[in-house]
Design a protein around this ligand. Structure first.
Ligand code: MLT
Length: 312
């Protein structure tokens, strides 16, 4: 009976609005990217997609909400690396990132940027490196919670520079960026989607692109490797999941809608303006997201466990 009911629902899918959970606060990179894909996928599916920001505990509260939802395709999760890292960080996570979800596909890949409040006392990257090494304990580093992308980037930065900043966690880098612009915190290592527009609008200062490559949107800004800081590199990829057990015909429709969305010229152009790339359509598939999650769990979780980083 239950199976027959699910099959009937799958045939009609989608017959009512879909909820896309973004487990970080409004105004951050995840929120911006989720709203962009919700808009594009709703055109493909012919049904409204409502974004639900259930934020907190580095995305694990919103993720748990999706794991507990009915597996009918009407509740989806857009998330990045914290889907992998939270397993290493939180002792009693109420879900398993692999066993409780069906991957739909990857959506984006984007670099990260080291930014500071506008009156941070360093004029360029060379000055910044000297200043932060000499003053680390007095410097506050905002991030989106233990296990978030900005936290990972901050950890890698502290590791590469051999310093320890004063960490200030937020429910997302949206509110963290607001405080950085207001001068309440000193530094952030964040995705480019919110930071590049804020740097261009002179609301914050950028010191370096993380990794080996400069950003096309800020070509005059050096990459951190140009200053001799090696091995500090991270990119962030968002992906879309449904709860485990979502019927195959529904999964197929969601994957097709995601694949069409990553080739949508408007989506691509709006992402590019934020320094982010839409993945090619063959990566907007379940196998590609499953493989990427495994890669992140294998490569990052042992690193975090070794570093002794725990949220609770
Ligand atoms: C956000 O949307 O707030 C971010 O993706 C959080 C982060 O992981 O740094």
């Amino acid at each position: 009976m239950a199976m027959a009911g699910l099959q009937a629902t799958a045939q009609d899918f989608p017959s009512r609005p879909i909820t896309m959970v973004m487990p970080y606060a409004p105004g951050g990179p995840g929120d911006t990217i989720t709203r962009l894909f919700a808009g594009a996928m709703q055109k493909q599916l012919g049904q409204q997609i409502v974004v639900d920001n259930t934020a907190g505990a580095s995305g694990s509260i919103g993720t748990a909400k999706v794991a507990r939802s009915k597996a009918d395709g009407y509740t989806l999760l857009m998330i990045h690396v914290s889907h992998a890292t939270n397993t290493a960080m939180y002792k009693n996570l109420p879900y398993h990132p692999v066993d409780d979800f069906e991957p739909i596909g990857r959506a984006t890949i984007g670099p990260m940027l080291i930014v500071a409040r506008n009156d941070f006392p360093a004029k360029d990257l060379k000055d910044w490196l000297a200043y932060v090494k000499a003053n680390a304990p007095k410097i506050s580093l905002a991030h989106a919670g233990v296990g978030s992308a900005s936290h990972l980037c901050g950890l890698m930065m502290m590791n590469a520079l051999n310093v320890k900043f004063n960490e200030i966690p937020y429910k997302g880098t949206g509110p963290a960026l607001t405080d950085l612009m207001g001068g309440q915190v000193d530094l952030m290592c964040d995705q480019t989607s919110g930071t590049v527009p804020s740097v261009k609008a002179d609301k914050i200062k950028a010191y370096a692109a993380v990794g080996k490559s400069r950003l096309s949107g800020l070509p005059d800004l050096p990459a951190i490797s140009e200053a001799g800081v090696q091995g500090f590199d991270i990119t962030i990829s968002f992906g879309l999941y449904a709860p485990k057990g979502t019927p195959k015909p529904v999964m197929d429709q969601l994957t097709t809608a995601l694949q069409k969305s990553v080739t949508d010229p408007d989506v691509r152009q709006r992402l590019e303006a934020m320094g982010v790339s839409a993945v090619p359509p063959d990566m907007a598939r379940p196998e590609a997201l499953r493989a990427h999650l495994k890669y992140e769990m294998d490569s990052l979780n042992s690193l975090l466990t070794k570093a002794g980083v725990k949220a609770n």
